[in-house]
Design a protein around this ligand. Structure first.
Ligand SMILES: [Zn+2]
Length: 378
């Protein structure tokens, strides 16, 4: 997890008149073919080259940039990708190094600037739901929390629950019925303790969704103990036992998370289509979306993940268009080919402070031939 202390460390970076820090965001997602066989290193080299070329003739800054790049190259040589994005802030002159692996997608980019470029990081932290995970059986429980950076244990609870059945050698002071009742009562106490602990963690860590794991008998008692507000936060269950290892937990959690994301995407697309049909602050299709971007009205652009379409961009006023005119309808200048029209459009939305949401699966299918749409500001 990325704590407040982690962020404070970044905010405490001493920016001064001659400070320069390299901020690097790299997509390292190994499910993306371009990143396999350490393809992300090639990407980073490309970014370094872009920055190097764009620098003015300040020799001192150039030299320092080279040193910083070398520093990061060295790190990357031994780096094993563990997530979807790698974030690095590095200024070796001030002995400053900050690195995290994130479990969420981030656009790739580099900046060489007097202050760390933290905006993409802050945005992703703000936008990523924080999950609470409760693994519970009849006498043990673990509470964990997950965010964009990964999962961390927050609490472990052990309760003294007497056995359900008398063991050999025990004096039969209590009848079996009494023992069963006593056992059940203790399991409930245990569940209550864990529920209280969870409520504290939810408030402290601002968790918005909960996943529960463990044997059914314990989880059902636990869920019934929770207040309604927390019950409504439960988005799924995993079969993971209380003492499950990190990797198994992450894998099972990811499956629940993905399912929840797909449901959110389907809801978003549903709402988008309904609103667009009624003409209420939403549009569908390339043409209307580009128009809305041109008018600065896009709040959130929604794109089917594999949707590609070619178009044109004006060489002068940079308007993006989808049809085949030779000249710009706005300024009359020449239009140039924009094979990655949707990409350019989404960058434009981000530059204007809007959001971009990629959708896949059912939600993408729902968008159908439109492929793209937008929720509007006005
Ligand atoms: Zn133009």
């Amino acid at each position: 997890m990325i704590s407040h202390d982690d962020l404070r460390q970044l905010q405490h970076y001493m920016s001064g008149p001659d400070s320069l820090i390299l901020s690097l965001y790299v997509n390292i997602d190994q499910s993306n073919a371009a990143n396999l066989n350490r393809g992300f290193e090639t990407n980073v080299e490309g970014l370094f080259r872009q920055v190097a070329e764009s620098q003015n003739s300040n020799e001192g800054s150039k030299k320092r940039f080279d040193v910083e790049c070398q520093h990061i190259r060295q790190f990357l040589t031994g780096y094993v990708p563990k997530g979807k994005a790698l974030v690095v802030f590095s200024d070796s002159k001030q002995d400053f190094w900050w690195q995290r692996d994130l479990q969420v997608e981030l656009p790739t980019g580099v900046r060489w600037s007097p202050e760390p470029w933290v905006r993409p990081l802050l945005e992703v932290i703000e936008e990523t739901d924080r999950f609470g995970v409760v693994l519970i059986d009849k006498h043990r429980a673990r509470i964990l929390a997950a965010d964009a950076a990964g999962i961390e244990q927050q609490a472990e609870i052990l309760s003294d629950v007497p056995n359900k059945h008398a063991t050999t050698g025990t004096d039969h002071i209590w009848s079996q019925g009494q023992m069963d009742r006593d056992h059940t009562k203790h399991v409930q106490w245990h569940a209550k303790r864990v529920a209280d602990e969870l409520a504290l963690a939810i408030d402290r860590l601002k968790l918005s969704r909960i996943v529960i794991g463990g044997p059914v008998e314990a989880t059902s008692v636990f869920i019934s103990t929770l207040p309604k507000r927390i019950q409504q936060m439960i988005i799924g269950t995993v079969t993971t036992p209380v003492d499950a290892g990190h990797d198994r937990l992450v894998a099972e959690l990811r499956a629940v998370q993905e399912k929840a994301e797909h449901q959110d995407e389907a809801k978003l697309v549903d709402a988008l289509i309904t609103a667009a049909m009624k003409g209420e602050r939403a549009v569908l299709g390339v043409l209307d979306t580009l128009n809305a971007i041109q008018q600065g009205r896009v709040y959130k652009m929604v794109i089917a993940r594999d949707f590609r379409v070619a178009g044109k961009e004006c060489s002068s006023c940079h308007v993006l268009v989808s049809d085949g005119d030779e000249k710009c309808a706005f300024c009359g200048e020449k239009l140039e080919a924009a094979p990655d029209l949707i990409n350019r459009a989404s960058r434009r939305v981000l530059d204007m402070g809007g959001k971009v949401q990629l959708v896949s699966g059912e939600a993408a299918a729902q968008l159908g031939e439109a492929g793209v749409g937008a929720v509007l500001r006005f």
